[in-house]
Ligand binder design. Structure first.
Ligand code: FAD
Length: 392
């Protein structure tokens, strides 16, 4: 049987079953997406649904009760989820992605990691890293955090402000990066919501409005001794980190899911829309077919690249540390293609695409955020150039 292009990358019955579960969630989230977007509020009910469906434990190791799905499988599901609501997919993507990353790097102290995994499975606990700051910007640039951790009896106190803290309304614990006072090193701390931690609702943005990416303010927030997860060098990835580097592909998967949804909307619209100046629908017009064909070329290229790299990453365990260039390329191609596809979808639909009663203008705003998720375009292009120069 010939598969529809959306289903092209489903490889077996297990993946088909997982897709069915996610399609149900995506259809439900699609109905709620406009409301959360207009309000800029956090979709708590979507997260309750994700928890009941067992989505939050998908990338947790089997030894702790999770499903241990691969990177490839995670992308299949994240992409589908984003066809319903981009914000929810991006937000939960940090959690499932980080759990996949930790499964491969085992960079946390063993006992703490085991306890956290069990809490994900039993209580639906979620995780995210809060590293961005007003003065250091993107952590990928290598700046030292302005957030400071000071040694006190029995632990640490942390003071600072984190920006873009996705999932902050729903998390009880999160990883915060902070410069350690009187040392050169930077620590990653597992911080619990407490008196010294406040979420300031700053997330009033153009796109991805339902991700709850507010500011997190830490005012001498106490963290007990065992919750210093590790010391890191800003902007540098250790060999251990690189073993789990594929997790960030949850970002391209999300933006491609949004783009696919825009493509579906525009193609269905083109088949249905019959202005009285024409005998048939606008789908028969050469310039509309040309735009549909171009959307297909961009989507198929980006998706083929993403799934082929993910498959190689899953299989070629030894070489994972050397995937940085390919992973960056996937993100660069996917996010820029998503921008272009949603733009074309809107041109096909015409002036109606501007109405808030249709989903396209939201998708147009949401895909724009992809440019500001890591790795950034200039870093990918520089890395590709460096690689080419080292080879020739
Ligand atoms: C929807 C969304 C969700 C997010 N969720 C999270 C999250 O959960 N946790 C988190 O920590 N962060 C998160 N982020 C933040 C993200 O990772 C970036 O830190 C943030 O978008 C700022 O990136 P920037 O490149 O604009 O910032 P900056 O680094 O401040 O850059 C601003 C401008 O200056 C240039 N620039 C700055 N420094 C350099 C340099 N050294 N070299 C070259 N160019 C430079 C950049 O190219 C850019 O044009 C999220 C962002 C978005 C959009």
């Amino acid at each position: 049987m010939i598969k529809k292009s959306m289903d092209e990358f489903i490889r077996n019955d297990r993946e088909q079953e997982l897709i069915q579960m996610v399609d149900t969630l995506a259809a439900r989230f699609a109905k709620r997406a406009a409301k959360y977007d207009v309000e800029g509020s956090f979709p708590f009910e979507n997260f309750a649904d994700l928890k009941s469906a067992g989505y939050l434990k998908l990338t947790v190791p089997k030894e702790f009760g999770g499903d241990e799905i691969s990177l490839y499988e995670m992308l299949l599901l994240q992409e589908r989820l984003a066809t319903g609501d981009g914000s929810t997919a991006l937000a939960v993507g940090w959690h499932v992605g980080l759990m996949l990353n930790l499964r491969y790097t085992r960079s946390w102290p063993d006992g703490l990691y085991a306890e956290f995994c069990r809490n994900v499975v039993e209580k639906g606990t979620m995780l995210n890293n809060f590293a961005s700051e007003p003065t250091t910007g993107s952590p990928t640039r290598g700046g030292r955090p302005a957030t400071i951790a000071e040694r006190v009896d029995g632990g640490w106190v942390i003071t600072g402000r984190k920006t873009f803290s996705t999932l902050s309304p729903v998390l009880d614990q999160f990883v915060v990066t902070a410069s350690i006072a009187n040392e050169d090193s930077v620590g990653e701390f597992l911080v619990a919501k407490s008196e010294g931690v406040q979420v300031e609702e700053t997330w009033d943005t153009l796109g991805m409005r339902g991700t709850g990416s507010h500011d997190l303010i830490l005012q001498r927030a106490f963290v007990e001794d065992g919750k210093l997860l590790r010391r890191v060098v800003p902007g540098e990835k250790s060999l251990q980190d690189q073993l789990g580097n594929g997790w960030l592909l949850h970002i391209p998967a999300c933006y491609l899911g949004i783009a696919f949804s825009a493509r579906n909307f525009a193609v269905q619209f083109a088949k249905r829309h019959r202005p009285n100046s024409l005998q048939g629908s606008i789908s028969e017009l050469p310039h509309i077919q040309s735009q549909i064909g171009q959307m297909e070329a961009e989507l198929r290229t980006a998706r083929t690249l993403m799934y082929s790299i993910a498959e190689r990453w899953d299989q070629d365990i030894e070489n994972r540390p050397h995937f940085k260039t390919e992973l960056g390329l996937v993100k660069y191609v996917a996010t820029n293609s998503a921008l272009s596809v949603v733009d074309k979808a809107m041109r096909i639909v015409g002036g109606l695409s501007l109405y808030r009663t249709l989903p396209l203008e939201r998708m147009y705003r949401d895909v724009r955020a992809g440019l500001h998720n890591p790795p950034m375009d200039d870093a990918v292009i520089r890395d590709l150039a460096k690689t080419a120069l080292s080879e020739a």
